[in-house]
Design a binder for this molecule. Structure first.
Ligand code: ZN
Length: 444
């Protein structure tokens, strides 16, 4: 198939005006000017920008029914309410439907790859059913060190089952959730397990003030919760990143989600262990957690991708919008017009995310031999007319628009603006889950 577009943005090469990407058997076989393209069937996108499929380095697809449900909460209370309502209201079918709905939302926004942390394992099935690419990191929780063995036993049996469900597109990892839900003993056990099974690791870290407080001072909102459960709390480490290092959790080049509260020493540790970072600017800002030091992280040579986080914290999954926000906040925070550009932001949303997940040999840019994961957006609309610089158009003007075309490994998921797997009955079921959550909240 020959995909023609006004602008082709390979990302690792300069933009091509009137360009063509040729796909055969799911693989890119040509990227260049339309005039030079080899013969084939034509798919003319017309006035459109054609990009590599976007890579979302942090999602919680199973929480899609919680959009708008947990607004303006104090962080620890947000976590409490999320966990309690998920356990009491959402059954396995509802969580699976939420994950399916999350994937469809992402596909509509041009996202072809998902790095999903999941407590129930449903995201893997949703990604497989809908034909997208991703890594699902099975979460493990447990602040009580005396229960670390039990938590690991449960993790192992889930991993044994899910490992059989891996495909060429969807793979499995492990996620010890966060310093305020995971004991030191559980961190060590999870790291050891991931090493022995050769599974990738991802985890939330250095996100919030109460997380910092429980790790560094043994006090604060999360420390209070541990104490109420009879779990000993004391100073655990110099910083959340140091905590992970000291328990061997950084050994496998883990994907570190957030990294808002990291200092120079932490950045040095992250770089030394070849870890990657999922930068989630909207979630961090909406919670009032702060702004991650994106530029120092990148200057240290750390692989960085962009993540939307769950719609329970962000309310939307739109990676171009997330990339736009990254440019705006880092320019605003540094008072520098040249701090971070549209091209760099688009890199983070594509090849940067691919590198963060170790998938850069397959995806993240339009190059011969890579898989045909594509996303195209129309530009013959008022918001992008005239277009000017195509990178700026993609980052500053396009966000919020639905994709015109999405393919994963050559398979078309969005065709002429239509999400082929769109399902009105699914949307109805997810709305019903949202209503069930609201009535649960009203009873509290
Ligand atoms: Zn998260």
């Amino acid at each position: 198939m020959r995909y023609h577009a006004r602008w082709v943005l390979p990302i690792t090469q300069p933009p091509i005006e009137n360009g063509t990407v040729v796909e055969a058997d799911g693989v890119i076989t040509f990227v260049g000017p339309r005039a030079d393209a080899p013969a084939g069937r034509d798919y003319d996108l017309g006035e459109a920008i054609l990009l590599p499929g976007l890579v979302n380095t942090h999602t919680h697809l199973e929480l899609t029914a919680m959009r708008g449900f947990l607004e303006d909460c104090r962080f620890a209370e947000w976590i409490d309410k999320l966990r309690q309502s998920r356990n009491e209201v959402l059954d396995a079918e509802m969580l699976l439907d939420a994950a399916r709905s999350g994937v469809l939302e992402g596909v509509e926004a041009g996202i072809t790859t998902y790095a999903d942390t999941c407590s129930t394992g449903v995201a893997m099935q949703a990604m497989r059913e809908l034909g997208v690419r991703g890594v699902m990191y099975q979460e493990v929780f447990g602040p009580d060190p005396s229960r670390a063995d039990t938590a690991m036993g449960e993790l192992e049996s889930v991993v044994d089952r899910l490992q059989l469900e891996q495909t060429e597109l969807v793979s499995l990892g492990v996620s010890p959730h966060a310093p305020y839900t995971v004991s030191d003993a559980l961190y060590e056990a999870a790291a050891h397990f991931a090493n022995s099974r050769k599974l990738p690791l991802a985890m939330h870290v250095a996100e919030s003030e109460p997380e910092y407080d429980i790790v560094v001072r043994g006090s604060g909102d999360f420390a209070d919760r541990w104490q109420r459960r009879g779990i000993a709390v004391g100073r655990r480490a110099r910083s959340p990143i140091a905590l992970l290092e000291q328990h061997g959790v950084l050994e496998r080049g883990a994907l570190l989600i957030h990294c808002v509260r990291v200092d120079e020493e932490d950045i040095e540790i992250i770089a030394r262990h070849h870890c990657a970072v999922a930068h989630c600017p909207a979630s961090n800002a909406k919670f009032g957690h702060g702004i991650a030091p994106l530029l120092p992280l990148m200057e240290a040579g750390i692989r960085v991708g962009i993540g939307s986080d769950s719609v329970a914290s962000n309310n939307r999954m739109d990676l171009l919008d997330e990339a736009r926000l990254a440019v705006l906040i880092h320019r605003a925070a540094t008072r520098r017009h040249d701090a971070f550009g549209a091209h760099q932001a688009l890199e983070l949303a594509t090849i940067g995310g691919a590198r963060a997940l170790g998938l850069e040999s397959r995806i993240g840019s339009l190059e011969i031999g890579k898989d045909a994961d594509l996303a195209a957006f129309r530009i013959d609309i008022p918001r992008t007319t005239p277009i000017g610089d195509p990178y700026s158009a993609a980052i500053f003007a396009l966000p919020g628009r639905s994709a015109e075309l999405v393919t994963v490994r050559g398979r078309v998921l969005v065709d002429r603006g239509r999400v082929l797997a769109a399902d009105e009955s699914l949307a109805k079921r997810v709305r019903a889950s949202g209503a069930a959550l609201s009535s649960w909240a009203a009873r509290q």
